[in-house]
Design a protein around this ligand. Structure first.
Ligand SMILES: CC(C)=CCC/C(C)=C/CC/C(C)=C/CC/C(C)=C/COP(=O)(O)OP(=O)(O)O
Ligand SMILES: O=P(O)(O)OC[C@@H](O)CO
Ligand SMILES: [Mg+2]
Length: 236
């Protein structure tokens, strides 16, 4: 069986610490045409905020994943299709590579391994909260990034490599090089996608385009355009 993300073009990342745009509702969010909703953010996460978004999206047939930023906010819910657990390959502190994970497994009995997958993050925007939080070394060359991508797939067996430019549009050359370095692993790209063109450009290289802030800042119509851009890129 192939992994579901192997079929995705677009992921919508909902930040439980941020409001929806205007008077939009989660009914509107699940109707954007995205392939999957990922619930997560770096700052201000709590179990209750996560639960609220899960409940609001639960009765819809869009794939629903939690992306916890620490073990304390993981929600055990049958409404979730699974858990996408970040591991930050370029974090300076090993806590964000394997430490948090070991802590989680130690405190959690009955972890649902079948619904749990790691995402090998390479964090590339030094100004993003996630870069500060994990003390990531973002000063990476194209060769550094492709090396991380290659070891993620070949040495660490990662099913997902995630190029994370959260808050800013990334360098298409780096995204293209990371895509070239991967064989089976699915490449996620996230950061600064704000319309049809940027989604299409990043989607030309990455397998999956992740859109976050746009949902909260410009709303569902803008997100729908990015879905179209990502679809058109992958249809090429
Ligand atoms: C082991 C478990 C259950 C959790 C640990 C998971 C790890 C290693 C988290 C570190 C990386 C991280 C914080 C990922 C969260 C997802 C993410 C990158 C969200 C984007 O965050 P930003 O856009 O930078 O933050 P804000 O939107 O909150 O400002
Ligand atoms: O919020 P933006 O900049 O769209 O980034 C999306 C996602 O990669 C954040 O984790
Ligand atoms: Mg964000």
């Amino acid at each position: 069986m192939t992994n579901p993300w192997a079929e995705w073009d677009h992921v919508l990342k909902v930040d439980p610490d941020k409001e929806l745009y205007g008077d939009e509702t989660f009914e509107d969010v699940v109707a954007t045409g995205t392939d999957a909703i990922e619930i997560g953010g770096t700052l201000g996460m709590t179990e209750a905020k996560m639960q609220r978004v899960i409940d609001a999206c639960a009765d819809h047939d869009v794939a629903l994943y939690q992306e916890p930023s620490n073990p304390a906010v993981v929600v055990d819910s049958p409404a979730l299709d699974g858990y996408l657990i970040p591991t930050v390959f370029n974090a300076a502190d090993p806590f964000w590579i394997v430490g948090a994970h070991a802590e989680w497994v130690r405190i959690e009995d009955g972890l649902d391994w079948d619904r749990t997958t790691t995402e090998a993050y390479i964090v590339l925007n030094p100004d993003a909260s996630v870069a500060e939080y994990t003390d990531a070394d973002c000063d990476l060359s194209v060769d550094d990034v492709t090396a991380y991508a290659r070891i993620a797939e070949r040495m660490f067996g990662q099913e997902i490599v995630y190029l994370e430019y959260s808050g800013t549009l990334g360098d298409p050359e780096i995204v293209a090089a990371a895509a070239d370095a991967l064989d089976e692993t699915t490449l996620f790209y996230g950061g600064g996608v704000h319309g049809y063109e940027t989604a299409r450009e990043m989607g030309t290289h990455a397998d999956v385009v992740v859109v976050g802030d746009l949902l909260h800042e410009e709303g569902c119509d803008a997100v729908r355009e990015t879905v179209e851009g990502a679809r058109d890129a992958n249809a090429e």
